[in-house]
Ligand binder design. Structure first.
Ligand SMILES: [Zn+2]
Length: 263
């Protein structure tokens, strides 16, 4: 299908390619190539595409969340030109090193969110929803954006009036280095367990609601997630966070930069 800008969107019956999701674009698309016979083309982007039966909408043009009933979701591999014809047998080759770096970054991101919640557990004066390990869910209550990068992630949190009303004391972030040190200690403890990590999916389709599952000390952590991950914490040597707090209108912005080192 013509994707505009001299590009076409290639849709296959099945693919190993991880696309970027439109509604929650945390993990970027895989890199790699598509091959058919002697033709080999680089995939310049991979997005979620959706159809209700007639016509395919791409990426930001999809008006519904991935998984919405009545829609079919597929991966659109964007390539320059029109290298393939309908019916061609195409093989997919994913850049394994790039994927491994994103998977390490994504697992570290989940661990860091849980470690941050735990490190800020004493900052709450009222009961609030809890995270997968039972700590007040700072991450899910305050998150603005989350971006996975190779071997790391960048999460942005907003501490405004609504979080304060829920009982969060912004004074808990007066010493971000101390909070980061508490989170880092937990991350080191968890990674030392070499716990297995798995992605549970109720089905094979792109729309299936997947969960990241990791047996951490004390509880099995389970987080809804459509990304890719390492298969064991043994694949990580370390994960550490850096926290930066800035005053913004109406409150504070906290940026957590997570760095993973693969074993
Ligand atoms: Zn995730």
């Amino acid at each position: 299908m013509d994707a505009g800008g001299g590009r076409s969107a290639v849709v296959l019956d099945t693919t190993a390619f991880h696309p970027v999701d439109t509604a929650w674009p945390d993990q970027p698309a895989d890199r790699g190539v598509l091959r058919a016979g002697a033709t080999s083309v680089e995939v310049v982007d991979a997005v979620v595409a959706a159809t209700q039966g007639d016509g395919l909408l791409l990426g930001p043009d999809v008006p519904v969340r991935t998984g919405t009933e009545g829609w079919t979701f597929v991966v659109a591999h964007l390539v320059d030109g029109t290298p393939f014809a309908v019916g061609d047998e195409v093989s997919v080759e994913v850049d394994a090193e790039h994927r491994a770096a994103l998977s390490a970054g994504h697992t570290a991101c989940h661990l860091a969110s849980l470690a941050l919640d735990a490190a800020l557990a004493d900052a709450w004066s009222k009961p609030v929803p809890t995270d997968a390990l039972g700590a007040p869910a700072f991450d899910s209550l305050a998150i603005q954006s989350s971006r996975i990068v190779p071997d790391g992630s960048r999460d942005v949190y907003r501490i405004g009036k609504s979080l304060r009303r829920k009982g969060f004391d912004p004074g808990a972030l007066d010493d971000p280095a101390a909070v980061a040190a508490r989170a880092d200690a937990l991350l080191a403890e968890w990674i030392a367990t070499e716990a297995p990590v798995r992605v549970e999916a109720p089905g094979e389709t792109l729309a299936a609601r997947r969960s990241w599952v990791c047996a951490l000390p004390g509880a099995e952590a389970r987080i809804p997630c459509g990304g890719t991950h390492v298969s064991s914490l043994r694949e990580l040597r370390s994960a550490t966070v850096a926290l930066a707090v800035e005053s913004v209108e109406g409150g504070l912005e906290l940026v957590m930069t997570t760095t993973a080192v693969r074993a």
